[in-house]
Write a protein that binds this ligand. Structure first.
Ligand code: GCB
Length: 752
């Protein structure tokens, strides 16, 4: 079986493209025999195939399925957590959704799936688009010539059966959540568009990368702009639509203490796309990992992609915010996203928060090492992961696998993956989670031949849990055959939150603490250690953990329970990680204070009302470019807020606001250290007709229909108060575009 057929080359940065969401309720049909695809002789169905999504046309017609009458599942979402009768289901399910396509002037259309576990056979209006194998990476099909204006039918045959030849194969220690687990979008692009690009700091200290066009006009002028750093490059693509780009590296370096992301615009004659990109170097030297040339200890924590508070696959920004919020609270500067590619929201949030990421493919335990299809499948998943995340500064390590058992064929397989990832991306470190063995009773030795191929040696060990009692760690010495940094990618112990006992009673919080105490003391003594990611942030569902009343099909090695309650070991590791933490770091990660707070910048925002309409703008440059907002901008030295409010509206829209009055005050702290103090004004009308300038386009909007999904995340919290003529103040903590924390207070109502 080939890993994937019929898919289009991946489109970079799907979130920034014009799209229509296909989220919501999809009809589904459970089909354990895949009868909707193959008939009783095993031949592919024709008229009776469920993919035709037919309705009977006469009373004599016999059709044994009916999507219209079927029940629904939410997309994005796994099926197991949505219905109790699907909790354990491993098999085929058909999903169907009808949609109208109105993407305006877009000349090309793509159907995008951010992930489907495990295998997806996709049909549009009865036609098979192709098959995608691998449960955690994105794929797309071009559907330009197949989409109608109305009543399209998209059908996906999803199959999450575990397979001996699969990646992963039969055995895992996580729940096999099936379904359309992440976003499904219809993307619109111009005829020739920017399909892919990359921009990263190279080893010479320059920003280097490429732009790749897709379409019929492959030779075009390209412009790459980082306005904030006053960097711009104009070049041309070659006959293949490829342009190499290089800009001077005169940008601030991204790091956990300053996760600076730049607004980068990639433009050709027919398309334009923007991204937020951070620039940093990651290298190793001896036993150390270097970030921007400085040694950094990776204070990590491992994570599964399971939603906080309820046992479902995580996919949303909210899930990411909670999970990474916990990691930050723990004092971590690094997350191991185990054991497969996690959703893009979490990686992008890590980028904005300054959390280093270890990203991994599900080359887990035992695969069919000699099967070329299995290697092709793993290679495809790795390629899709790297293609998607290659512009994320947060990602510093690609891990090619976890606890794979040493043999000639496995070594060969793993080396092939290392070669692939190095070819795809020479700028990051390559690792894998290996296992150690006993050289003698007290010496654990890392000698796996795969270590020779890696930059960082990952190693899982369970001293005190699967291997002896907690104090066994006290007598252990570590040896490594390679002069390289070693990262302890797992250690841990199960504890049922709220269960207490003495430190040697299994499943208690005290036992878990006991393991962490001895582990941390031992790891302090390992001279070549560059970091760790204990197992694991939160309890997660696992079919291999039946013990009633304790595990109940959960792996309970979480520092936080499945209900979000922190166990004692969380606090222990937090104390270990935050000891000596840099105070500015903490200040940057808290809400701005209500008093004695000085921002880097002061600015105004103005909302001009005319009858039922409010004057908004689409900002074309500066902070928040691309977003909808009120006009406004920075207060100049010596200028009053009200004078600035008037000037900004004049400059941005060529009109003069009338009767300006201050309504609100906003305090924003960004985790990269930037802060801004905003003063919000209203005006009752303006003189003149607003016109577009280089800064902004005017948008008269009905006061009851504000486009919050195109605005900053905080706007929906206070703009309704402004529209209702209330006074307010708010304070907010942001990481890039993500709002992490907020508080909005209402002052006394106007006029009362
Ligand atoms: C491991 C695996 C991880 C398991 C963990 C455990 O070594 O890498 O996937 O969940 O141990 O809890 O046993």
């Amino acid at each position: 079986m080939s890993a994937t057929k019929g898919k289009a080359p991946l489109l970079q940065n799907v979130q920034a493209r014009v799209s229509a969401s296909l989220h919501g309720k999809w009809q589904f049909i459970i089909d354990p025999l895949e009868h909707g695809y193959r008939d009783y002789r095993g031949a592919q169905q024709q008229e009776e195939g469920y993919f035709n999504d037919r309705r009977p046309t006469s009373r004599t017609e016999r059709l044994e399925y009916d999507f219209d009458a079927a029940e629904t599942l939410d997309v994005p979402g796994d099926w197991n957590s949505q219905r109790s009768d699907l909790l354990w289901y491993e098999g085929a399910i058909w999903y169907r959704r009808r949609f109208d396509a109105d993407l305006g002037a877009h000349q090309r259309l793509f159907l995008h799936f951010a992930a489907v576990n495990y295998q997806a056979r996709v049909f549009l209006n009865g036609q098979e688009l192709g098959l995608h194998v691998g449960g955690f990476t994105p794929f797309q099909f071009e559907v330009t010539s197949l989409v109608h204006a109305t009543d399209n039918s998209v059908v996906v045959l999803v199959d999450n059966r575990r397979r001996t030849e699969g990646v992963p194969a039969l055995g895992t220690d996580w729940w096999n959540f099936g379904g359309l687990t992440r976003e499904v979008l219809l993307l619109g692009t111009p005829g020739t568009f920017i399909r892919d690009y990359s921009l990263q700091l190279d080893d010479q200290g320059n920003l280097a990368g490429f732009v790749q066009l897709d379409g019929s006009q492959l030779q075009q002028r390209i412009r790459v702009t980082i306005a904030e750093a006053q960097l711009e490059l104009v070049t041309h693509t070659d006959q293949q639509g490829l342009a190499h780009i290089e800009l001077p590296g005169t940008v601030k370096r991204w790091s956990p203490s300053c996760p600076k992301l730049y607004d980068v615009v990639f433009q050709c004659e027919t398309d334009k796309i923007r991204d937020h990109i951070g620039f940093r170097r990651v290298d190793t030297s001896g036993h150390q990992v270097l970030l921007n040339g400085e040694p950094i200890f990776l204070r990590g924590i491992s994570l599964h992609e399971q939603a906080p508070f309820h046992p479902a696959r995580a996919h949303s920004v909210d899930d990411a915010r909670t999970l990474l919020g916990w990691a930050m609270e723990l004092g971590a500067n690094c997350v191991r996203l185990a054991h497969y590619p996690h959703n893009e929201n979490i990686v992008r949030l890590a980028d904005a928060l300054g959390l280093l990421v270890w990203a991994e493919v599900p080359v887990y335990w035992t695969l069919q090492w000699q099967n070329p299809d299995t290697l092709a499948n793993a290679t495809t998943q790795l390629t899709e992961l790297v293609t998607r995340d290659k512009n994320r500064a947060a990602v510093v390590i690609w891990s090619v696998g976890n606890e794979t058992p040493i043999s000639e064929s496995r070594n060969h397989f793993m080396r092939a993956l290392v070669d692939t990832v190095r070819q795809l991306d020479p700028s990051r470190l390559v690792s894998a989670a290996l296992e150690a063995n006993y050289a003698d009773a007290t010496t654990l030795r890392i000698s796996d031949p795969l270590g020779a191929e890696l930059d960082v040696i990952g190693c899982n060990e369970y001293l005190g849990w699967y291997d002896g009692l907690p104090d066994k760690a006290d007598s252990i010495h570590w040896r490594c055959d390679y002069e390289k940094p070693v990262f302890v990618s797992e250690f841990g112990a199960d504890a049922l939150q709220g269960r207490h006992g003495d430190p040697l009673t299994r499943w208690t919080e005290e036992y878990q603490v006991n393991v962490y105490q001895h582990q941390l003391a031992m790891l302090e003594r390992v001279p070549f250690l560059c970091g760790m990611s204990p197992w694991i942030l939160a309890d997660f569902r696992s079919p291999r953990r039946p013990l009633p009343g304790v595990l109940d099909y959960y792996n309970r090695k979480g520092l936080i329970s499945d209900r979000g309650v922190k166990k004692q070991a969380f606090h222990l590791l937090r104390a270990h990680y935050t000891n000596g933490a840099d105070a500015t770091d903490t200040k940057r990660r808290t809400l701005p204070s209500w008093d004695n707070w000085l921002a880097v910048d002061r600015a105004t925002l103005v909302f001009v009302f005319r009858g039922e309409n409010v004057l908004l703008i689409r900002k074309l440059r500066g902070l928040g470019a691309g977003k909808v907002n009120g006009p406004g901008g920075r207060i100049e030295p010596g200028e009053t807020a009200i004078a600035c409010a008037k000037r900004e509206v004049q400059e941005e829209l060529c009109v003069t606001p009338q009767n300006l009055e201050q309504r609100g005050e906003l305090r924003f702290q960004f985790v990269d250290g930037y802060s801004i103090h905003g003063f919000v004004f209203v005006a009752d009308d303006c003189i003149g007709e607003p016109t577009a300038t280089e800064e902004a386009e005017p948008l008269w909007t009905h006061r009851a229909a504000l486009p919050f999904d195109q605005m900053w995340a905080d706007d929906r919290l206070w703009l309704p108060h402004l529209v209702a003529a209330k006074r307010f103040r708010g304070r907010f903590l942001f990481a890039g575009d993500f709002m992490l924390e907020h508080e909005v207070l209402l002052e006394d109502s106007i006029g009362s």
